[in-house]
Design a protein around this ligand. Structure first.
Ligand code: G6P
Length: 620
């Protein structure tokens, strides 16, 4: 949700800024801009549209300087337009800033600043911050402070930030103090990169890859003061901080397309490896259980857990649903799956022995973070299942498990989903073996899990068949996705994928619920996609499928190899390898990802950057 970059050092800054914005574009892509301080002035180039368009603008009208900031926007306040794009200037250009987040009291502040004579060029909440900072600087100067001194700039920022309500990650340039760059955070992520005589700022670590591997994750209410010669870190309440420097382990191939046309396709194809990575070192064949190093809870504490709340948004919420089925089945612990956006305000009764698990690829989703904080405040043990190392949720939870899936760039989540399901399967096994599950049952699950990467590799061979099916159906405007038990969340996730990237209306349902309403939607223009691999209630799902066929609806089925019965009934079949019922989502979700991908391509949609969406939703 908006991406920020910043740099101070010796390089000509615009290349780093533009490259960084390209890497952060998954966070928002309505408009983009950069600002470069060059001695006496700050030059801004900004534009509605993609970062590519900004790059062309900068090619036509280059900017030079060694200090700068950049921004790629996901609009919250004000439409995507040149005027609303960042950077924004404050006062008479004394301040230039980029902002990620939402300022809740912007309207009151805007009126106050207008009364003081500040003129607004945009409809954004961010411009309010720029003018507020300019005003704060003006007040400092009135008190006799020098605008060219770093301390004056810092004081102005400290005073202004106290007036803001809401979330922000900001990076600020000062016209009269060009050798300083100040960044501050409350609620929106920022990471600092430390180079040799240079410093970097970014919303996540991806722009820093290839430039430095030493990073510092800024905490809420921290301000970083960067100059060419050093870095200072201050906390609003506890003053000067010693930066905790961490080593970044990303390599540039993680964030490059390689031979693939889109990141989504690359990430779909990475799944055999990412599932393997999610299991690496976590399978204990001798004890027939899973191993987790970071839960930070004793066996005793874990044994007393009598309820688990899984909270998440979007695709992660679907993974949580699979987790619910598995944990209840393997461990007999009651599980609730809560939308984080609801849980943060809902206040459901939760006993002392309820454990809360936040599931999030990015580790930055604002609603998930707020739900986690609320549960922590109430004294519950909180764990996180995250992909992004060092993300806010990973740092704030009491303990957790990393997915190790590598950066996920495509806005529609694919490999993170299967990695989340893999880890949730391991957690279910772990809790199960701690309670009722026998050695034999545990051992059998581990053996079958071990085979999953190979099975997913085989599943990817369905691509050609999926492409043909996409050709046949891509013009249709309504789809139903149906599955039962473990494959019900898969149906929901398949429908979400199609909605997200091809803008086609799709509904996911438990197949047996069709007769309670959605069956009325069936006609020859409404395909139903049945996820119907071999399972205990296979005949029941087949009956649901026949009900749709009897009403003239086209049926696409995801079925196990060699399933002739389905082949007779369905119009089209995509075959997947037969795997144990409880592991099916890891396999059956793959053709649905591919189907959404191919339909989106045929409808000329931007697969990696779907309209109106962003990868990391750091606003409420
Ligand atoms: C956004 C993304 C989804 C993602 C959801 C939750 O809406 O577009 O793909 O599933 O956020 O993200 P998280 O990082 O918390 O898993």
């Amino acid at each position: 949700m908006c991406g920020i970059v910043g740099y101070i050092g010796y390089r000509n800054v615009s290349n780093f800024l533009l490259e960084g914005l390209h890497r952060l574009e998954y966070r928002g892509y309505d408009s983009a801009g950069i600002a470069v301080a060059n001695g006496a002035d700050i030059t801004i180039r900004k534009k509605a549209g993609r970062v590519q368009e900004l790059s062309s603008l900068v090619d036509e009208c280059p900017v030079e300087g060694t200090v700068g900031v950049g921004h790629t926007r996901w609009a919250t306040h004000g439409e995507p337009s040149d005027a609303n794009s960042h950077p924004h200037s404050g006062g008479n250009g004394e301040i230039v800033l980029v902002h990620n987040g939402v300022i809740e009291n912007y309207s009151a502040l805007r009126s106050q600043l207008q009364q003081l004579g500040y003129t607004f060029q945009s409809e954004t909440d961010s411009e309010v911050v720029a003018h507020l900072l300019a005003h704060s600087l003006f007040e400092q100067v009135k008190l006799g402070c020098e605008p060219s001194e770093t301390d004056t700039c810092l004081k102005a920022v400290e005073v202004a930030l106290k007036k803001l309500k809401g979330a922000y990650g900001i990076a600020v340039l000062f016209r009269d103090c060009p050798g300083v760059l100040i960044a501050a955070r409350n609620g929106s992520p920022l990471v600092l990169g430390i180079g040799d005589g240079e410093y970097f700022i970014a919303s996540d670590a991806s722009p820093l890859v290839g430039y430095t591997d030493e990073v510092v994750y800024l905490a809420d209410h921290e301000i970083a003061i960067l100059t060419e010669t050093g870095m200072d870190l201050l906390h609003r309440d506890s003053g000067r901080q010693t930066p905790s420097i961490q080593v970044l382990d990303q390599v540039s191939t993680d964030i490059e397309l390689g031979d693939f046309e889109h990141f989504m396709l690359k990430e779909i194809h990475e799944q055999p490896t990412t599932i393997e990575n999610a299991m690496r070192g976590r399978l204990d064949f001798d004890a027939a259980t899973a191993i987790f190093g970071g839960l930070n809870m004793t066996l005793q504490q874990l044994r007393t857990v009598d309820r688990i709340v899984l909270t998440a948004c979007g695709t992660s919420w679907h993974a949580a649903l699979v987790g619910e089925y598995l944990i209840e089945e393997f461990a007999r612990i009651p599980v609730e799956v809560e939308y984080a956006s609801e849980l943060r305000y809902r206040n459901p009764p939760m006993s002392d022995r309820t454990m809360v698990f936040a599931i999030t690829q990015s580790g930055e989703t604002a609603d998930t973070l707020a739900a986690l904080r609320e549960c922590k405040r109430k004294g519950h043990s909180t764990l996180a299942l995250c992909n992004v190392v060092g993300s806010t949720i990973a740092r704030e939870a009491d303990g957790g498990v990393y997915l190790h899936a590598g950066p996920e760039i495509g806005v529609a989540s694919t490999k993170a989903f299967t990695s989340q399901v893999t880890v949730l399967t391991l957690l279910a096994l772990y809790f199960g073996r701690m309670r009722h599950m026998s050695y034999q049952a545990g051992s059998s699950i581990i053996r079958k899990l071990k085979e999953i990467p190979e099975k997913v590799e085989q599943t990817l061979n369905c691509d050609a068949a999926v492409k043909e099916i996409a050709q046949k159906y891509y013009g249709m405007n309504n789809f139903l996705y149906l599955g039962r038990l473990h494959n019900f969340p898969v149906a929901l996730e398949g429908a979400l994928k199609l909605k997200e990237i091809s803008y086609v209306h799709a509904e996911g349902y438990p197949a047996a619920e069709m007769k309670h309403g959605p069956l009325a939607l069936i006609d020859e223009q409404t395909p139903s996609l049945f996820v119907v691999p071999k399972c205990g209630i296979y005949p029941k799902v087949i009956s649901n499928l026949e009900e749709v066929k009897a009403r003239g609806g086209p049926v696409i089925a995801i079925a196990c190899e060699g399933d002739d019965r389905v082949a007779e009934l369905a119009d089209d079949v995509i075959y997947v390898p037969d795997v144990d019922e409880c592991l099916q989502p890891l396999v059956t979700s793959v053709p649905l990802q591919l189907l959404a991908y191919h339909i989106a391509l045929l409808r000329n949609c931007n697969v990696d950057r779907p309209r109106n969406l962003a990868k990391s939703v750091t606003v409420e």
